[in-house]
Unconditional design. Structure first.
Length: 334
């Protein structure tokens, strides 16, 4: 009985002397090596000042009181004053809406995926972005409609053949739109398009009203919502809604269109999705808070029955799309 015990002790001591095998990882920048430790000290990015009292004077210490809530017109006027020729001298500076989101999904452990969308606005402005648009369609009327609406490149089977031969690079066109009458022929270049660039009705890139689609993608607000790397339930959007020289009512209308489109992406749960909206205009550092719930519902209420109905409808729609793609592929192969 003594020998097995002695052998076990020696074996344990021998293993303790062996060098520990370290798990190999890729190169980590020096400023990111302590990122895990830094995450423990990150403050909650969802700012709730509802428990604070209202300021009773025109001068107060901001951290002890609620943020002042401006109307959109008041916020625009404040930014116009700071960008006056006697101050920043940028009277036509862009006005940005900073939208904060609660990215928690229906389940507590799940979060809304990052998303990118284009929203049509009632009042155009110069956005300064590359908006090259290629449109696929068959027939003289749809092609003429797309060309008159301002599409960069319009065509049918000849464009598809040029893409297959490598004579035309789709990377030069950020937006790909199509008429349903050419969808079966487009299937052959599906692999050359990114998943989110292939025309489909859900994203508004496939439809019969080509002029309306082109106007939306040429002059609309292109925005993206992204989760915070350290706090997954916090997301944000920064989108330009116009310039300071535009009429305040026009800027407010553009903001309304943006907020309503963002709110359409809310998860099926109770509570707020949009939590806070600030209006900014660089180079000024002022962040002016407005009340977004004048333009969208403050909280969404979803019953279990409505959620199941919505899920069933979504699954039926996905099945219909898959069947349509299979039929299109079969007709294209034939």
């Amino acid at each position: 009985l003594i020998w097995p015990l002695a052998w076990a002790l020696r074996e344990k001591a021998r293993k303790a002397k062996l060098k520990k095998v370290l798990e190999k990882v890729g190169f980590i920048r020096h400023d990111l090596r302590k990122k895990g430790k830094l995450n423990l000290n990150v403050a909650n990015k969802h700012i709730d000042d509802s428990w604070k009292q209202e300021p009773k004077d025109d001068c107060w210490v901001s951290k002890y009181y609620k943020w002042r809530v401006y109307t959109v017109e008041e916020a625009i006027q404040c930014h116009r004053e700071t960008h006056h020729p006697t101050v920043y001298n940028l009277p036509n500076a862009p006005l940005y809406a900073h939208v904060e989101l609660n990215m928690q999904a229906e389940k507590v452990t799940r979060f809304v995926d990052n998303f990118q969308r284009m929203v049509a606005i009632p009042h155009r402005f110069e956005h300064g972005e590359n908006r090259n648009i290629i449109v696929f369609a068959k027939g003289q009327d749809p092609l003429k409609e797309a060309k008159d609406a301002g599409a960069t490149l319009v065509g049918g089977m000849e464009l598809i053949k040029e893409i297959q031969n490598g004579d035309l690079q789709l990377s030069e066109y950020p937006f790909v739109l199509a008429h349903p009458n050419i969808l079966p022929e487009l299937v052959v270049i599906r692999g050359l398009l990114k998943k989110n660039k292939f025309p489909n009705p859900r994203s508004g890139t496939l439809g019969v009203n080509l002029a309306e689609m082109i106007q939306k993608y040429a002059h609309g607000i292109n925005y993206s919502a992204a989760k915070d790397e350290q706090q997954k339930d916090f997301g944000s959007i920064v989108a330009c809604i116009g310039t300071l020289q535009m009429e305040a009512k026009h800027l407010e209308s553009n903001l309304t269109a943006l907020l309503q489109d963002v709110n359409s992406m809310r998860p099926k749960r109770e509570g707020r999705f949009v939590t806070r909206v600030l209006l900014k205009s660089p180079p000024s550092g002022e962040n002016l808070k407005i009340n977004p719930f004048l333009y969208i519902p403050e909280e969404g209420v979803f019953s279990k029955r409505s959620a199941k109905t919505t899920d069933a409808a979504a699954s039926e729609e996905e099945d219909a799309e898959q069947e349509e793609e299979q039929r299109s592929a079969a007709s294209g192969g034939a």
